[in-house]
Design a binder for this molecule. Structure first.
Ligand SMILES: NC(=O)C1=CN([C@@H]2O[C@H](COP(=O)(O)OP(=O)(O)OC[C@H]3O[C@@H](n4cnc5c(N)ncnc54)[C@H](OP(=O)(O)O)[C@@H]3O)[C@@H](O)[C@H]2O)C=CC1
Ligand SMILES: O=C(O)C1=N[C@H](C(=O)O)C[C@H](O)C1
Length: 276
């Protein structure tokens, strides 16, 4: 069965790579591509914008009028657009793959509520490598986290509008959970001035925004005399798009529920957890 996919924000950095990737993925067909109402790209062929030649899918606004034309919506846009799309998909019983980051706690709750009726994959990073790193971080935290100073350093392109990255926050959450800490209580976002000595229980975040960096994350576990670094470097957005394509194929088989890439990749129940 072919899964009909709508791509929101199809002219964006991720949108263009998604169009190309999905067009080349067996079992998926891009039937809808949207942009903001008022965009001067409306009407352009999404394939032309993605550099693969015309695919017969023009950029349109008003997803509301297009729900009959897709089975799964892939959304890499902004939190405001994602919130709007969530309400539409919930009403129309359409599945979603959400990559947008910077979602508020309230929007996360809205996702959980909608997922009682529709199937949603929401993940701040769709790359297989990053999702493997999530597992490695859980192990590292359990093995040496209590004795370590832990710092999460991330770098992204100059256009990124949220900080720290959704991936960095997820990494912090995984580590805090493994250590029995609450990230909201132990996170330190950057340092300046007279900081006092470092508290072992804190988890530090450092953010770099520069040029065209696709996305880099490095987590340091530092004890006296040695340091572990778990690092992922994305060199092209294709890795996120491949993950999103995999998620679209997977979510098309689910009835309802809120999932992430650990579910899509079958990593949820792997026995990588230390000591189990
Ligand atoms: N989960 C993951 O693996 C990844 C997540 N991301 C996240 O994805 C999001 C997008 O990133 P990126 O592609 O770099 O950003 P871009 O700004 O390049 O793309 C977002 C696109 O969405 C469009 N848009 C905004 N509102 C709407 C709307 N209501 N309907 C349709 N389109 C809309 C924007 O249009 P306009 O420019 O006119 O505002 C823009 O073209 C970010 O939150 C980022 O953090 C990014 C990479 C990987
Ligand atoms: O905005 C981006 O580009 C990216 N955002 C995601 C995040 O916030 O974690 C994932 C990826 O690193 C690229």
């Amino acid at each position: 069965m072919t899964v009909r996919v709508a791509i929101a924000g199809a002219a964006g950095r991720m949108g263009r790579v998604l169009i190309k990737t999905l067009h080349e993925t067996p079992g998926l067909m891009v039937t809808v591509a949207t942009e903001m109402a008022g965009s001067n790209l409306l009407g352009c062929d999404a394939g032309e914008l993605a550099g693969i030649g015309a695919i017969g899918t023009p950029l349109r606004a008003n997803l509301h009028d297009l729900v009959a034309e897709f089975d799964v919506l892939i959304d890499f846009t902004t939190p405001a657009a994602t919130q709007h799309h969530l309400a539409l998909c919930h009403n129309a019983a359409r599945r979603m793959v959400i990559g947008t980051t910077g979602l508020s706690p309230d929007l996360h709750q809205q996702l959980a509520r909608a997922a009682q009726d529709i199937a949603i994959v929401a993940a701040p990073n769709m790359s297989i490598g990053v999702n493997l790193c999530f597992k490695l971080l859980d192990i590292a935290a359990r093995v040496m986290g209590q004795e370590s100073d832990i710092e999460i350093i991330e770098a992204h392109h100059r256009h990124k509008i949220d900080a720290p990255s959704g991936t960095a926050l997820k990494m912090g959450d995984i580590i805090a959970t493994a250590l029995g800490r609450d990230l909201a209580e132990v996170a330190v976002y950057g340092r300046h001035g007279h900081t006092g000595v470092r508290d072992r229980h804190t988890i530090g975040f450092e953010t770099i925004r520069a040029g065209d960096v696709v996305g880099e994350h490095s987590v340091w576990f530092v004890v006296d005399g040695e340091r572990i670094e778990i690092t992922h470097k994305a060199s092209h957005r294709i890795n996120f798009a491949n993950g999103a394509a995999r998620a679209a194929n997977w979510i098309a088989q689910q009835k309802c529920g809120l999932f992430d890439m650990q579910d899509v990749l079958g990593l949820r129940d792997t026995s990588l957890r230390f000591g189990e």
